[in-house]
Ligand binder design. Sequence first.
Ligand code: HEM
Ligand code: HEM
Length: 191
Amino acid sequence: MAAHPTRVRVWDRFVRVFHWSLVASFATAYFVTEHIGLVHKGAGYLALSLVAARCVWGFIAPGPHARFAGFVPTPGRLRTYLGQLIRGREPRHLGHNPAGAVMILYLLAAVVVIGVTGHLLTTDAFWGSELVETLHVTTVDVTVIAVIVHVAANLYESIRHRENMFKAMVTGEKNAPPKADDGSAAERAWP
Ligand code: HEM
Ligand code: HEM
């Protein structure tokens, strides 16, 4: 019988390259604003393109952890998870946990809103529009707070489940769930 593996592949290469390229492009667009030129716009369009590609990958990826169908929770599952989280009894998820999944959906949508409003500001129709400007800048501000929460949540989960989530987004690997009595992976039951 084959030995039970200690490590499993969770994040495919696409997801890893996507993630760190998104971090780099978002940060570049955020910090290069003194002159809204090629760097700001290029980085913003890159972030937007990465999210567009990630959305396609969410439907065609071969593995369950990258697919929307594999990680977007139902409201019921989200409620259950949040209840467990408050009591400090949330189970480990090999892929995105339900709360993390909601944050991810927000971050993806936010980059779309920021990218599209940014683009609109360069068009004749919306150049100088206060409404679009406010939408662009406010969504950025809210998203920066969301990113801080996102990183803090990953830090919390890294400590809680004794697994470096940041490293996992680099290598793609995580600790294998312990084997259940029936021989199947017991990932959702892992405390
Ligand atoms: C230095 C800052 C960041 C760190 C350390 C970080 C870390 C991580 C980690 C560890 C995960 C995996 C979470 C899990 O296991 O469920 C993740 C997922 C994700 N993060 Fe970040 N993140 C950062 C910044 C950002 C930013 C700026 C954005 C977008 C604006 C972002 C968007 C996402 C998305 C969309 C996912 C889901 C990945 C996928 O399934 O494709 N992150 N992040
Ligand atoms: C998704 C990544 C993006 C981020 C994080 C971002 C961030 C920002 C921030 C923080 C500002 C305010 C600058 C300030 O007032 O000092 C700004 C302004 C601006 N951004 Fe972006 N942006 C992004 C994408 C884009 C894109 C794709 C475009 C256009 C192609 C764009 C065009 C603009 C323009 C024209 C302004 C000036 C608005 C004004 O008059 O106040 N941005 N952006």
